[in-house]
Design a binder for this molecule. Structure first.
Ligand SMILES: *Cc1c(COP(=O)(O)O)cnc(C)c1O
Length: 421
């Protein structure tokens, strides 16, 4: 059978690479397509190891403090109006204080802009970077939303590699060779989606020094900030805000497991005021003035949520994620056609290499995901969506028993399709 949907999608990606046209490949689109391919006669439940929203599982329910803060804000009757364009002042102050806990300097509320989740933060920041002939450096594998918004704004995309045999660190040599006088920014995602990496202080320092040398700013997507569950600590890029201007993006969505609450932020870690002088901050303000704001009552709940969520809640989530990533990693070791070069230290994902030479009738990552959905009702994301063909992204933020079951089905699938020697 022909690969139909994905064929067209992949052609879309290539076309996009060629002329920077708008990319129509989205994670949601592909996962939706795979879901529809699952066999409705299969009595087993569909197991979704494709997207990063564990909020459906009872073990990943958000903290009661966060729920109470929202309820209190609604019941007060004070937050039914529009919010100011950049966010309610107490909420901006609270985010500034929250981020400052991990920085060698203090951020003020003027450095913080509230957004409709991290997704709007990406949209606004990428739009604000646009100018004639601009190009942007994006990681491969990466997060497709950056490409979509760069394409929408006519920004040329240049991809640097994350290196699987160096714990998915940034290939800084390729960053240097890709950049030129029209490069506007370098984007990193830390802790990493899709690789589950947590960059070390030393590596982040090298990234900062490279960006400084190239005269570009760093956009640091820290939507998984503090979601680490082994020995590597999370270091925010803003720590190096005196070396290079850093635009930090974050949200409540992942750490508090409330992606439906739609609240995030853009933070300017700009010790030397470069982003102000270059009018980047003014552009951000202009764009926010003409776009939608996060719900006012959610903004109102922010100070309590950030100040009061208990360590126990975060520890509990970290311990489930550690357990889940162990399940996934250990099961993968028993599957010959798949390998995972790095055990994840953070976020909710890992990248797994697919060895099609060990399989009888599977040609690539898309083919693998389509047949897996049809035969086993398990959904994983093909790597081509993230710019890395021949790989798969597995989400392990799933309740442990479903994850076990999902990995068993993947193993059965791989055994069934294995080449017989
Ligand atoms: C989930 C995710 C986002 C979007 O976050 P929201 O707060 O839900 O809008 C942004 N960047 C990355 C890397 C993500 O994984």
């Amino acid at each position: 059978m022909k690969l139909c949907v994905f064929d067209q999608m992949e052609m879309g990606v290539n076309k996009c690479e060629a002329n920077s046209a708008v990319s129509d490949v989205s994670i949601r689109g592909i996962l939706g397509m795979l879901k529809r391919l699952c066999d409705s006669d299969d009595r087993r439940a569909v197991i979704q190891l494709g997207h990063g929203d564990p909020s459906v599982f009872p073990c990943f329910r958000t903290s009661q403090i966060a729920e109470d803060a929202i309820v209190d804000a609604i019941r007060s009757g004070k937050f039914n109006s529009y919010a100011p364009s950049f966010g309610l002042p107490p909420a901006r102050r609270a985010v500034g204080e929250f981020l400052s806990r991990d920085l060698p300097y203090n951020m003020s509320s003027d450095d913080i802009f509230l957004t409709v989740g991290c997704i709007q933060a990406i949209e606004i920041v990428v739009s604000a970077l646009a100018r004639p002939r601009a190009n942007i450096l994006l990681p491969r594998p990466g997060f497709p939303l950056y490409e979509s918004h760069a394409a929408l704004n006519g920004i040329e995309i240049r991809r640097f590699d994350l290196l699987p045999n160096k714990s998915w660190e940034v290939d800084l040599e390729s960053v240097e060779s890709l950049a030129d006088e029209n490069t506007v920014a370098l984007v990193i995602i830390n802790p990493g989606n899709p690789c589950g990496t947590v960059f070390s202080y030393q590596h982040l320092l090298k990234i900062a020094e490279t960006a400084k040398k190239l005269g570009i700013c760093v956009v640091s997507d820290e939507v998984y900030g503090h979601i680490t569950f082994r020995s590597k600590p999370f270091v925010p890029m803003g720590v190096f805000g005196s070396i290079v201007p850093v635009v930090t993006l974050g949200s409540l969505s992942k750490r508090w497991i409330v992606p439906g609450w739609r609240i995030g932020w853009i933070a300017m870690n700009d010790c030397d005021g470069v982003l102000k002088q270059t009018k980047f901050v003014d552009k951000i303000k202009g764009l926010l003035s003409v776009s939608s704001d996060p719900p006012t009552f959610v903004q109102a709940a922010i100070p309590k949520i950030l100040a009061k969520t208990s360590k126990d809640f975060f520890n509990m989530i970290a311990s489930i994620l550690r357990q889940c990533s162990d399940i996934c990693f250990n099961q993968l070791r028993q599957i010959k056609c798949l390998s995972c070069p790095n055990k994840p230290d953070g976020s909710m994902f890992m990248m797994v290499q697919l060895h099609v030479s060990k399989l009888e009738d599977i040609i690539d990552d898309s083919d693998f995901c389509i047949k897996l959905a049809k035969e086993e009702s398990v959904i994983v994301l093909p790597g081509f969506v993230l710019g890395l063909k021949g790989w798969l992204r597995i989400t392990f933020a799933v309740d442990p028993s479903s994850l076990e079951e999902g990995m068993q089905r993947i193993k059965a699938f791989c055994n069934r399709h294995a080449k017989l020697h």
